[in-house]
Design a protein around this ligand. Structure first.
Ligand SMILES: [Zn+2]
Length: 140
C-alpha cells in the first residue's frame, strides 16, 4: 500500500491509500476517490515533493553558513594570535625576514607585507616564510 497526500478542487487536503502508484492514478482518473469533506471527485495528488526539497536545501545552506562561520572564527583566532605574538614590520618584512635569517637581528616572529616576487626570493634564499590567509590590522 502506498499513501498519497491528495487534495480536491476546493483545496481540502486528505490522505488516500492505494495498492500502488498506478492504482492511485486510475482511481483518480475514474473519479473513484471522493473528498471526505465536500464529496468532490475532482481530486488530485497534492504536490509534496517541492516542500521536501526546499527543506533539505535550507539544511544544506545552514550547514554551509555554519562551516563559513567556523572558518571565519578560525581566521579571527589566527589574526588575534598573530597580532598578539608577532611583530608587525609592515613593508619592511622582506628586509627584516632576511636580517633574522642571517642572524643580523634578534630572532622573533614577524608579520608584514611582501610581494609575491619578494616572497619567492625569500623562499629561494631559504628564509622561512608562510603566507597568511589574513591581513594583520594596520591601524593597531
Ligand atoms: Zn473537498
Amino acid at each position: 500500500m502506498i499513501r498519497y497526500a491528495l487534495s480536491c478542487a476546493a483545496g481540502h487536503e486528505f490522505d488516500g491509500w492505494f495498492p500502488d502508484s498506478s492504482g492511485c492514478d486510475i482511481q483518480l482518473e475514474r473519479h473513484l476517490v471522493t473528498c471526505p469533506d465536500c464529496g468532490s471527485v475532482k481530486v488530485r495528488k497534492a504536490l509534496m515533493a517541492p516542500a521536501v526539497r526546499t527543506g533539505s536545501r535550507d539544511a544544506s545552506a545552514k550547514r554551509q553558513a555554519l562551516a563559513l562561520a567556523t572558518h571565519q572564527a578560525k581566521l579571527e583566532a589566527l589574526r588575534a594570535h598573530v597580532e598578539q605574538n608577532f611583530e608587525n614590520v609592515g613593508d619592511r618584512f622582506p628586509e627584516e625576514a632576511r636580517r633574522i635569517h642571517y642572524g643580523e637581528t634578534e630572532a622573533r616572529d614577524i608579520v608584514g607585507e611582501a610581494s609575491l616576487d619578494e616572497a619567492k626570493s625569500l623562499i629561494e634564499e631559504g628564509v622561512e616564510v608562510a603566507p597568511l590567509p589574513i591581513r594583520p590590522r594596520t591601524d593597531a
